[in-house]
Write a protein that binds this ligand. Structure first.
Ligand SMILES: NC(=O)c1ccc[n+]([C@@H]2O[C@H](COP(=O)([O-])OP(=O)(O)OC[C@H]3O[C@@H](n4cnc5c(N)ncnc54)[C@H](O)[C@@H]3O)[C@@H](O)[C@H]2O)c1
Length: 251
């Protein structure tokens, strides 16, 4: 049976998914946005819903949040409690322990699952495998100055500190810092550089421990509709949907 998917959020990420629709192993049956007109541009055959009740009245297997942290807090637990699994792309919402706990409780109650895409990075299977054995975990992010809201002529270190602090100062980095920290079960140290020579968004993850040393580097191009988002992040949401519906799993 084909996976029945509902999407929450009809912005940039939804438009990328829509443009790659033929690669989705499943059918988008429902869509919802606080700005309902935004949904006109994507998945024309899906039912446009105005409330969470209407959205959940459409039979579905997976709800895909591609909206905002607020949407995760507003709808996440209820969706899971009703037995529908949830893909969370606004992973920064889970840096707050209470939100994470309430989603996990609801997932237990509804016998559903929470899926977190690796987003603008990857290799999180390896990071998870060594959780509890990591002595040092660092994420180095390099972006064009405009993406970080600054104007500098030379490469400059804008921030160095723990992920929890980085996401407050640079919310646009929130998802990478959050997903790596969750996979490692340890707060990553983050360095953020503004680099006028950077063509895209680069993230380097360095993890060290008794297993050795991992260096994972991602030189991402920006997405067609929103330069602040890496194209890889949207493709990773698509891949996670296909992971849910897949019969063969590559990890
Ligand atoms: N995991 C990752 O690596 C990753 C990468 C990129 C973006 N994201 C996250 O995905 C989300 C969407 O990104 P985008 O670029 O598509 O943003 P966007 O602003 O282009 O689109 C978001 C859409 O969601 C709607 N929306 C926001 N809050 C809502 C709510 N509470 N209920 C219903 N609709 C709501 C907005 O009206 C808008 O149409 C963001 O939170 C972003 O942080 C995650």
């Amino acid at each position: 049976m084909s996976l029945r998917i509902g999407i929450i959020g009809c912005g940039n990420m939804a438009r990328i998914l829509n443009s790659e629709a033929e690669r989705i192993r499943g059918t988008v049956v429902a869509k919802m946005d606080t700005v309902p007109e935004a949904c006109e541009a994507v998945f024309p055959d899906a039912r446009k819903c105005l409330t969470l009740e209407e959205f959940l009245s459409v039979p579905m297997d997976l709800a895909v949040e591609i909206a905002s942290q607020e949407a995760v807090r507003q709808y996440g637990a209820e969706i899971l409690r009703r037995g529908v699994s949830l893909l969370v792309s606004s992973i920064g919402a889970l840096m707050d322990g209470e939100t994470m706990k309430s989603l996990l409780r609801a997932a237990e109650e509804g016998n559903a699952h929470v899926y977190l895409p690796s987003g603008a990075v990857g290799g999180l299977d390896a990071i998870s495998a060594v959780r509890g054995r990591i002595n040092s975990l660092k994420i180095i992010t390099e972006k064009p100055p405009a993406s970080l809201g600054v104007d500098v002529e030379e490469r400059r270190l804008l921030f160095s500190g723990p992920a929890g602090e980085a996401v407050k100062r640079f919310p646009a980095n929130i998802n990478v810092a959050a997903v790596v920290s969750i996979a490692a079960d340890r707060e990553a140290e983050v360095e953020i550089y503004a680099d006028p020579g950077a063509g895209g968004n680069t993230h380097t993850i360095v993890a060290e421990g008794d297993f050795g040393r991992m260096v994972l580097r991602f030189e991402n191009v920006r997405s067609p509709w929103n330069p602040r988002t890496s194209f890889l992040a949207a493709l990773s949401v698509l891949e996670t949907i296909n992971f849910v519906s897949g019969r063969v799993v590559v990890r």
